[in-house]
Ligand binder design. Structure first.
Ligand SMILES: Cc1ncc(COP(=O)(O)O)c(C=O)c1O
Length: 140
């Protein structure tokens, strides 16, 4: 299958009943009780309840507004990622609710930080098909 400039083999696709169940499966597979999961508020509200209900801890690195656009705080992200307690990051790409379509540079920088620190990125891309003209969604 080829979409969004991304070639995906059929054997790489697993079906989940919905997005939150997919996230739950990843949390169960890659984290344990009490581990931290990094999220970037403001973000889809179910992320918060869902992390707490699964006995994981929220690790928050808020987005910030710059020139009318939300940006990631990469210093804050690195600080949390370097804490061995934090094992996973929920990325929202594009980001609900702020509507940011993350750039290749944003995704690369986030990926490098998480790769260096061993943080597993779980990217929720449910809104990938909904972008304004002139903005290109890039699968993480
Ligand atoms: C970012 C995000 N993830 C997940 C969901 C819900 O997905 P599902 O109902 O498939 O669990 C929503 C719904 O608004 C959403 O905005």
């Amino acid at each position: 299958m080829h979409r969004h400039e991304w070639e995906v083999g059929e054997c790489e696709i697993l079906r989940a009943p919905n997005v939150l169940n997919g996230l739950a499966t990843a949390v169960a597979a890659f984290t344990g009780d009490g581990d931290g999961i990094i999220v970037q508020p403001p973000v889809f509200f179910d992320f918060y309840d869902f992390i707490k209900e699964n006995n994981r801890e929220l690790a928050l690195t808020p987005l910030f507004l710059k020139d009318g656009r939300y940006e990631m705080d990469f210093d804050g992200l690195r600080q949390l990622a370097e804490d061995p307690k934090n094992k996973m990051l929920f990325l929202c790409n594009p980001h609900n609710p702020v509507g940011r379509v993350w750039s290749a540079q944003d995704l690369k920088q986030l990926g490098e930080i998480c790769h260096e620190t061993g943080v597993v990125v779980v990217s929720d891309e449910i809104h990938g098909d909904i972008t304004f003209p002139g903005h290109t969604y890039i699968p993480f």
